[in-house]
Design a protein around this ligand. Structure first.
Ligand SMILES: NC(=O)c1ccc[n+]([C@@H]2O[C@H](COP(=O)([O-])OP(=O)(O)OC[C@H]3O[C@@H](n4cnc5c(N)ncnc54)[C@H](OP(=O)(O)O)[C@@H]3O)[C@@H](O)[C@H]2O)c1
Length: 257
C-alpha cells in the first residue's frame, strides 16, 4: 500500500492537540451514527479520548443518552431511516457547533442469511433502508455542515462481505453462506462511497471493513474485540488533508473492492 494512514492520522491528531496548525481548528467535531453500542460506541469512546467533541447518535433516546452519559459526550437522537429525525439532528449540531468535521456512518443491521432463491424483496428493502439509504440520507443532510469544516471527512462503515473480490475468493466464500441482503447492501454502500468521493471536492470519503467483530450484529460470534474492530474507523476518521479518498480499508490497509 503506497499510503500510510497511520502517520497521516497521527499528524492530524498532533495538529488537533496543539490547538491547530496551518489553520486547522482546535477541536474536531465528529458524529457517529448507531453509536449506543458495538463498534459505534467504541468509536465514540476512542474519538472522545483523543479530545474530540463527539456527538453520539442513536435512534433510541434512552439507550443513546445512557451511552452518551457513560462516555461523557453529547447525545443526539438520529434514526437513519427518518428524514425528520435526521433533519432535527442536523439542526442540533448546527446550533451547537455550526459545522461538522467528521461524519461516521456506522449504523447498520445484519440479517439472517436467507438463501437467495427464498429472499423476499421486502427483506431486502428493510436492510437497504438502514445500510444504504440511511448513509445517503445522513450524508446529504449533513453536507452543509461538513462543507463548513476546513478538512471534512466521511467514514462509511462497510464490510468485507460487500467486496466482489472476497465474495469470489474460495477461502472467504467457503465461510459465508450465499445470501442477498447484507452483502448487496454493503456492495452498494461501497459504490456510493466511491461516487461521493468523486463528487465531493475537498471531502475525504472512505469505506471501512471493521473485520469480524463480536457485537450484537452477529450474536457475538465475531473473533475480534470492538477495540480491534474500531481501529480502521478511528484511523480513517483522522486522515489528514493528504490522505486518501474513495478507498476501502481495514485495520491492516487496503481491502479489494
Ligand atoms: N460486527 C461485525 O463483525 C461487523 C463487520 C463488518 C461490518 N460491520 C458493520 O459495523 C456497523 C456497526 O455494527 P455493530 O457490529 O457494531 O452492530 P451492533 O452492535 O448491532 O450496532 C448496530 C448499531 O446500529 C444501530 N441502528 C440500527 N438501525 C438503526 C437506525 N434505523 N437508525 C440508527 N441506528 C440504527 C443500532 O441501534 P439499536 O441498538 O437501536 O438497534 C446499533 O446502535 C454496521 O454498519 C455493520 O454492518 C460489523
Amino acid at each position: 500500500m503506497g499510503w500510510d494512514w497511520r502517520s497521516q492520522a497521527s499528524a492530524v491528531l498532533a495538529q488537533d492537540r496543539t490547538g491547530g496548525e496551518a489553520g486547522l481548528m482546535a477541536t474536531t467535531t465528529a458524529l457517529v451514527t448507531g453509536a449506543n453500542k458495538g463498534l459505534g460506541r467504541e468509536t465514540v469512546r476512542r474519538l472522545a479520548a483523543q479530545g474530540w467533541d463527539v456527538f453520539l447518535a442513536a435512534r433510541d433516546t434512552e439507550r443513546g443518552s445512557a451511552a452518551a452519559a457513560e462516555l461523557d459526550v453529547r447525545f443526539v437522537q438520529l434514526d437513519v431511516t427518518s428524514d425528520e429525525s435526521v433533519t432535527a439532528a442536523v439542526e442540533t449540531v448546527k446550533r451547537a457547533v455550526g459545522r461538522l468535521d467528521v461524519l461516521v456512518n456506522n449504523a447498520g443491521v445484519g440479517v439472517p442469511a436467507t438463501p437467495p432463491g427464498d429472499t423476499r424483496v421486502a427483506e431486502l428493502r428493510d436492510v437497504f433502508e438502514v445500510n444504504v439509504f440511511g448513509p445517503v440520507r445522513v450524508t446529504n443532510a449533513f453536507l452543509p455542515l461538513l462543507r463548513a469544516a476546513q478538512h471534512p471527512r466521511i467514514v462509511m462503515v462497510s464490510s468485507g462481505m460487500g467486496s466482489f473480490t472476497l465474495a469470489n475468493d474460495p477461502r472467504w466464500s467457503g465461510l459465508v453462506l450465499p445470501q442477498l441482503g447484507y452483502p448487496a447492501s454493503k456492495a452498494a454502500l461501497n459504490m456510493i462511497t466511491s461516487q461521493y468521493a468523486r463528487a465531493l471536492d475537498g471531502v475525504k470519503v472512505n469505506a471501512v471493513e471493521p473485520g469480524y467483530t463480536a457485537t450484537d450484529l452477529n450474536g457475538h460470534a465475531g473473533f475480534q474485540t470492538v477495540a480491534e474492530g474500531a481501529d480502521a474507523i478511528v484511523e480513517l476518521a483522522g486522515v489528514g488533508p493528504d490522505g486518501p479518498t474513495g478507498g476501502f480499508f481495514d485495520r491492516k490497509g487496503t481491502v479489494p473492492w
